[in-house]
Design a protein around this ligand. Sequence first.
Ligand SMILES: [Zn+2]
Ligand SMILES: [Zn+2]
Length: 325
Amino acid sequence: MPEYDPSCYLCPGNKRAQGDINPKYESTFIFVNDYSAVKEEQAEYQQDDELGSTLVEKSQPLGIILTSAGLSSVLLKAEPVTGKCYVVTFSSMHNLTLADLKSPEIIPIISTWTQLYTAHISPKSPLAQAAKRTILPSDDHQNCLSRPHTQYRYMQIFENKGAAMGCSNPHPHGQIWTTTGLPEEPAAEQEQLMKYRRENGGANLLEDYAKLEVEKEERVVFKNETFVTVCPWWAVWPFELVIVARRHKRALVDFDDKERRNLAEAIADVTRRYDNLFETHFPYSMGLHQAPLEGTHDEIEASHFHIHFYPPLLRSATVRKFLVG
Ligand SMILES: [Zn+2]
Ligand SMILES: [Zn+2]
């Protein structure tokens, strides 16, 4: 592929779908997604059945039977979710991927994620103090780094890489969805992290897990002082990996410069190994899990930074396992 593609909506200086022109950025660039999956404004959800007196009908001595209107209100529930979606480019070069970047070139991506996360943290969160120490933005991101009007609950930072994962543009980029709701996977994890913390005198499940894996050395793929990459015990995908912070870190804002360098090294290692495995641009869905933007003290303190990689390839560069969209 060329370093620059005049028809790519992510390349520096090019025009995007809504007519905005990208700046001539040099490493990362954030903008609000032109095709956001969730929006800041969302109509209230209307239940289509009339509720009220038709909700229940008294029947035989058995008690009450719900009418279809009543059943709808119990079983077919929906609620509006609002949020803000961003796109972040990983490089100005159209033809590079995370696997092609040297680890110092991945640091600006981590810094950009951290800045965006910081801009969305609730001022009441215990993380707000840590966020004050976070590196300040240096480049083109100002428009995304102002505090939104709504306090969102969670920020999901992720990358779908490769056409196999439904990624339509090869220009290296990831997405960020910030929503009023807590997505299912982090919600389920958070419940277990909190339970473990309660039952084990404040210990952290993933910190303990990382320690155990480092000791056992059976599933460790890479480690440095701050992170360990393992094929997790619970892996569902072939070649599934998780990068886990070795000491308790709630979120991106808990890392210092050295730890960010170590995270960049871990990400570079995973993505390069993947590409080398079948000598292909290895597709995957990668997502960061960390503390919610707003939550109780327990929720924030039980959170533990980690990154999942879910790759769809099985046996070769062309055989796919199908599980997610
Ligand atoms: Zn491009
Ligand atoms: Zn997770």
